[in-house]
Every structure is written in C-alpha cells, then in structure tokens.
Design a protein around this ligand. Structure first.
Ligand code: SF4
Length: 312
C-alpha cells in the first residue's frame, strides 16, 4: 500500500472551541492508483492533503490517527527526517493555486533547478529541466521564461514538472484545474492520466469538480463535514451513488441532455458545533428519526463500496 490514512483527526483551536476539520477519516491509495477525494468547500479535503504533507501548523493540530506511507508512520517522524526523505522526494504536491506560486523574478528553469539542488539530484540540472518540460508537453524554451510570460495552462504544466522533478512515487493534486478554462482543465487531467500510465505514480486528486474526477480516477472518496460519507470504485460512485449526499453532488453536475441542476439545499453544519447523529440530516430528503440521534458508520453495501447512511 502506498498510503494508508487511519482514523485521522485534525482539529483547529478557535475561541468557539475545537473546529473538527477531520474527525476519524480513513483513506487508502495503492501503488499506481489514482484516487479522488471530493466534497464541498470546507468539508476537510485540503486539510487532509496538508496533513499528508505534514503541513498542519497551530492553531491546527493532529489530534490522533496514523498516516502510513509505504508502511512508515510519517506522523511519528521528526520534521528533519520527513523533509529530507519524504517531502517532494516521495510525496510531491500540487497546491491549490500553485501556478501562482512561482517567484516572479526567477525564470521557470531556475526555479525547477533550485528544487533539483535542494533535493540533491545527481544528474545534469539543465538536461533534467529540459526533459521535465517535454514530459509535461511544454517547449523546453519555456524554461527560460519568467512566470508572467506564461499562460495559466503553461504555468500549471510547469508546476507539475517541478512537482515531478525528483521522480516522486506519489503526487497529491489539490484542485489542480482551479482558475483554468474548461479546455485547459481537460488537458491537465489528460496529462495527469498520461503521467500515471507512463510513470506508474499514485495520485490523490482533490477537487469539488466531480465531472472532471469521473474522467480519471480508479476510486473516489466523498467527504462531508470531516467524515467519509461514501467510497467506492469510479463506476460505483459516479453511476450508482448510494449516499444521499453523493447523489446530490452527482445531481449537481450539468449534462448535455438536461439543463436542470438539482443541487443540494442548505449548508454544511458548523464544524465547531456539530449536531448529534448524521451530520447530513438537516439537508437530507430521506432523514429518519434515527438519523438525528445516532451517527451512521461506514458499511459495505457492495464489494469495494462503503456508505455511512442508515438507509443501508
Ligand atoms: Fe440521510 Fe439519514 Fe442517511 Fe444521513 S443517515 S444521509 S440523514 S438517510
């Protein structure tokens, strides 16, 4: 197993008490697998990616749980051990809005070479940079340009090249297509698909865009209010969603056949003051008496598909 997150709880201190961004989350990614993590804004998706990258800082804290990467619990490592042996070398990350993270006063090539230097790449920096540019389907001459000379799509490809600089086996892509036009979004997803096929890397894609996710992932997890609502294969999640929340998310995707978008009424509960029982109950059209009292646990409904809902 490449990554195994077990019963992870991440809380943020606030004057109103602990904000429970993640409250007992499990997630697995196998070698060479592309896994999606989806849910509305504020459901805890990015908190999970930051926890895997060991980037939770006060007022946030890891309350409990394990994050096993290739069998080693990265939460037990000292910061130097993680920085030297794991961050970027084994776990690379494309952050939300990362294409705007390039330093404006250095060329793209200089910034990629800095990564190679920090991570002690053994080969020639210039030829590695050229190869990386080709890998993400950019003309190597772009490495000589400054970030402001690139389009959004080119900057995102250049950032993916930088993330893959030292051949990490695992990539986290947090909203990798945000702020890009629809055609460029599809191109970036196709690029990730190709890189997975050619390099065999495992990818965790985090997004609120289920339509894009359905194009690329092997399996998907649906997160709601810091808890997993459902998980399953791409086919199970996108064609036979079981949880009313997943059904609502799928119903919110516009299609060519219909202009009617169902949407999900209401808002996610306050994470500092969560209600008892199912956290989706106030928005769920199928809510029953038990839903407001007892929290449902994930239960297998089909091989590979697990749902946290009293309907099953
Ligand atoms: Fe709806 Fe109840 Fe299922 Fe929650 S447990 S999603 S409220 S039916």
């Amino acid at each position: 197993m490449m990554l195994s997150v077990e019963d992870l709880r991440v809380y943020f201190s606030s004057p109103r008490g602990d904000v429970k961004a993640l409250d007992g989350v499990d997630l697995q990614v196998s070698e060479g697998e592309v896994v999606g993590l989806a849910g509305e804004s504020g459901c805890g998706k990015s908190t999970l990616s930051l926890a895997i990258s060991r980037l939770i800082y006060p007022p946030g804290r890891i309350e409990s749980g394990k994050i096993l990467f290739q069998g080693n619990d990265i939460l037990k490592m000292g910061p130097n051990e993680f920085r030297a042996g794991y961050r970027w070398k084994k776990i690379a990350m494309i952050f939300q809005g990362s294409m705007n993270g390039f330093t404006p006063v250095f060329t793209i090539g200089e910034q990629i070479e800095e990564v190679l230097e920090i991570h002690q790449y053994a080969g020639d920096f210039a030829s590695r940079t050229k190869d990386l540019m080709k890998m993400v389907e950019l003309d190597p001459v772009i490495a000589e340009r400054y970030p402001h000379e690139l389009s959004g799509g080119q900057k995102q490809r250049a950032f993916i090249a930088m993330a893959l600089a030292v051949d990490p086996p695992f990539l986290i892509a947090d909203e990798p297509t945000t702020a890009l036009d629809v055609v460029t979004q599809v191109n970036i997803m196709n690029l990730l698909k190709r890189l997975r096929k050619e390099k065999g890397i495992s990818i965790l894609i985090i997004t609120h865009d289920l339509a894009l996710l359905s194009e690329i992932v092997d399996r998907a997890y649906i997160l709601y209010a810091g808890r997993m609502a459902e998980l399953g294969t791409a086919e199970q999640i996108f064609k036979e969603p079981k949880h009313p929340y997943t059904q609502g998310l799928i119903g919110s995707i516009p299609t060519l056949q219909s202009t009617k978008i169902e949407g999900i009424a209401g808002f996610m509960p306050d994470l500092a003051n969560l209600p008892p029982g199912c956290k989706f109950a106030q928005r769920c059209p199928y809510a029953m008496q038990v839903c407001g009292k007892e929290e449902p646990l994930l239960k297998e409904t089909k091989e590979g598909q697990r749902v946290a809902c009293w309907l099953y």
